[in-house]
Design a protein around this ligand. Sequence first.
Ligand code: URA
Length: 436
Amino acid sequence: MRRSVPELLAAKRDGHALSTDEIRGLIDGFVRGDVPDYQMTALAMAVFFRGMTRDETVALTLAMRDSGVVVDLSDVAGRKVDKHSTGGVGDKVSLCLAPMVAACGVPVPMVSGRGLGHTGGTLDKLEAIPGFSVNLSIARFRELVRAVGTCMIGQTRELAPADKRLYALRDVTATVESIPLIVASILSKKLAEGIDGLVLDVKVGSGAFMKTPERARELATALVEVARGAGKDCVAWITRMDRPLGRAVGNSLETIEAFDVLHGRGPADLTEVTLALGASMLVMGGVARDEDDARAKLIACVRDGSAARVARAMVAAQGGDPRAVDDPSVFAVAPVLVPLRAPSAGYITAIDTHAVGVAGVAMGAGRARAEDAIDHAVGFVFDRNVGDAVAEGDVIATVHARSVEQAAAAIARLAAAVTVGSEAPAAAPLLVERVG
Ligand code: URA
């Protein structure tokens, strides 16, 4: 006998599992308008407290994926592999990773997001490139994945609409921080891209949503198990986000830095995360024997210029100025540059990375409200990072601001976020662990 929606809500409230058909019925009803927002919100809260089994989370993910179009990339040769990051500060990896992986022969269909809270978003960084459009049709997306090897767009109305509506409810009902709901939200969108495999970058630390290795491991394990349960290859890297990744924070500055990686002159930490994720993608894509072979191929595609060629082709095909890949002067610049100087000699012992992200948002590098406009030119470039020695007065970072007043406010926030102490902190690994 079919259970009514109130009966299903009561079952979940009391900690019982729902069947695959029941979960699909709820999501289909929600999208059709038969299950109203208040019942969906009650379900989200019940899941928040009671959790979901792996089977339930797989069922929720697939029902949300099937609420819209699932892109058919079967006419694109090869195994299609994408990457997803749980978000951080200075995380511009996608912009260099996708062209590198595509240049090595693995198609990368990438549907990305905008900045969320204190973290930046790939779409906002791409839009720092003059003319670049992230709003392409699904047909054009498929065409560019086939012709160029990669294409980077935003979530369209057709892709996983149930997630878009449920996320909006969760956002205002204190139900975002639930692992099954996060997993289904992330994976429903990624599985709608028509991929064969997914490599995840689960960030951990002061600038990440997951603050502890235990929480990051819990999320990474759930993501990998549910993706595999949905029939996809999946591995996750847990990577450190207790300091900005690379030197740049802010959209134009980060895009320029990501393109530096394509020319072999990117910062070591950014290059390392890109190589680790890229190596897993090449192995998953079936074009490398193992991770060592994959790393060698990724380095070769930078040396021979093919990664930069793919990036120029992608930028041009999406309406952007392809000179941006090679020439930073194409980007808008901020008129006021002010250095943050070390208050005393010692070592940088910590950077409150969440506070750095918030300082960027306050300048307009991110949004306080969904409708806010982004100022692509503003941000920070760090000269020093955690563990580096400084003499009194050394430049730690440079603020790129619109005005002297904005720069002063940003300097005050950054100064509060950076701790200088007398002892060097213990070294921490950038790649914390691999799950899956
Ligand atoms: N990002 C998403 O896409 N969904 C979540 O629920 C959390 C982060």
